[in-house]
Design a protein around this ligand. Structure first.
Ligand code: SUG
Length: 416
């Protein structure tokens, strides 16, 4: 089979809560302390996957991680019982945002013609810095076929790396060599820059990319200051199309010029700041859409419902889809529980371009498997969690039992 895009969505874990752990993520900070609804959150995620299957796209899943992460707490010399201040970080369900799991370089771009995945160290945020060992274990299982995949450990935590959220690939077609774009931040503004240039350079080497077709582009300081803590909050690419806010990059003219030189068929769909401010882009998560090629041709944007609620955004999108550009279809999905923590449709998925037959089938889903996952969520996931509830050992038992039930249903007990 030809190479296709497979979206692996993080299943929202049973410990989903709003503890306000991500400085610079405006939604997460604004919702700190609110009551979260893990069951509803996970079912919204399943709803998005069903929607995308319905479009004819190939869909995969990455299961939730073990919470609390007792190994991490033990390495810090403490326990879930004793570690009051570290407890929220140990319970975070942030692994749901699979766009931060790894940076993926498909086979046509790499020197050994294998698809390379480098797991992200996520070192900037304490609650995300302990995701990588389990992410590595899952990806090593899902992509165990070494004739087709290479899965690398994270780069040393000396340099921060946030995975595919700061990486874009443009290409004439999935089978053709692409141009890989790494977007890094420079610290100095009010919020941390999570993606470091040296980490991006290391990943390009580990993933065995051709330096002549690899670009390192600086994210604009204004975007980070406006709450775009990852590039995928202000830009997204698919095939030969870059959909971006005018103020996403520090030197857009230089970047656009290089891109067009390397891939002359590039089409840039730019949203002007005079029509949609950075603030509205961050609030609506317009760019955290999944930009996908539909099997019968054309491209669709899979947007969060919030995009329709921001008038400037919605009227711009409708005019764009009615025009002559490459993006003709707008689809809305409800991922409100994730959005309230700063994670839109694109954050919830890791894109891998590969032949589905080379992936461990336990990580791929169809309608029937989604029914099974939804049944487990309905039966086991807590209905609501307030941050204070994380001190309750009864809830801990429930969270552990929920994850075990799901792993057994997926025949992935070895990850327990
Ligand atoms: O890292 N939110 C995540 C959201 C990640 C979104 N991913 C992409 N843009 N690709 C983050 O800031 C919420 C923090 C909390 O639970 O308190 C959080 O981690």
């Amino acid at each position: 089979m030809a190479l296709v895009e497979i979206n692996f969505d993080g299943i929202v874990g049973p410990s989903h809560n709003y503890s306000g752990l991500s400085l610079g993520n405006l939604a997460a900070t604004a919702n700190a302390g609110n009551i979260a609804f893990p069951r509803e959150a996970a079912l919204q995620g399943v709803g998005k996957m069903r929607h995308n299957l319905g479009l004819g796209l190939v869909q995969g899943v990455l299961p939730p991680h073990r919470r609390p992460n007792r190994d991490w707490l033990a390495a810090l010399g403490t326990t879930a019982e004793a570690a009051e201040s570290l407890r929220p970080a140990a319970f975070s369900a942030s692994a749901m945002w699979a766009a931060n799991a790894a940076t993926v370089s498909p086979a046509p771009d790499t020197a050994d013609a294998r698809c390379h995945l480098t797991v992200a160290n996520l070192r900037t945020m304490a609650h995300r810095s302990h995701e990588w060992p389990e992410t590595l274990a899952q990806l090593r299982l899902a992509f165990a076929d070494e004739a087709h995949f290479a899965v690398h450990e994270p780069v040393p935590a000396t340099f921060g790396d946030e995975g595919a959220a700061n990486h874009m690939r443009l290409c004439a077609g999935h089978d053709a060599p692409g141009v890989e774009v790494f977007v890094y931040g420079v610290s100095g503004g009010p919020f941390p820059a999570r993606q470091h240039l040296e980490a991006s350079r290391a990943i390009a080497r580990l993933n065995r990319l051709d330096p002549a077709r690899t670009l390192f582009v600086q994210q604009s300081g204004e975007a980070i200051a406006a709450g775009a803590f990852h590039n995928d909050v202000v830009a997204v690419a698919n095939a030969h199309v870059l959909f971006t806010h005018e103020q996403a990059f520090a030197d857009k003219a230089g970047f656009y010029g290089e891109l067009k030189r390397l891939l002359p068929e590039t089409e840039i769909v730019e949203v002007p700041a005079s029509v949609v401010s950075l603030a509205d882009a961050v609030k609506s998560y317009l760019f955290n859409a999944q930009l996908v090629s539909l099997p019968d041709g054309g491209m669709a944007l899979i947007l969060p419902g919030e995009a329709k609620e921001t008038p400037a955004v919605w009227s711009w999108l409708e005019a764009m889809a009615a025009g002559n550009g490459p993006i003709r279809r707008l689809c809305l999905v409800d991922v409100r529980q994730s959005m309230a923590n700063g994670g839109g449709p694109a954050c919830l998925r890791l894109r891998v371009v590969a032949d589905p037959a080379t992936v461990d089938p336990r990580f791929l889903v169809d309608e029937e498997k989604l029914d099974r996952i939804a049944a487990m969520i309905t039966a086991w996931w807590p209905e609501r969690i307030a941050p204070a509830d994380l001190a309750d050992p009864e809830l801990w038992g429930r969270i552990a039992a929920a994850r075990s039930a799901l792993l057994s249903a997926l025949d992935l007990g070895e990850l327990a």
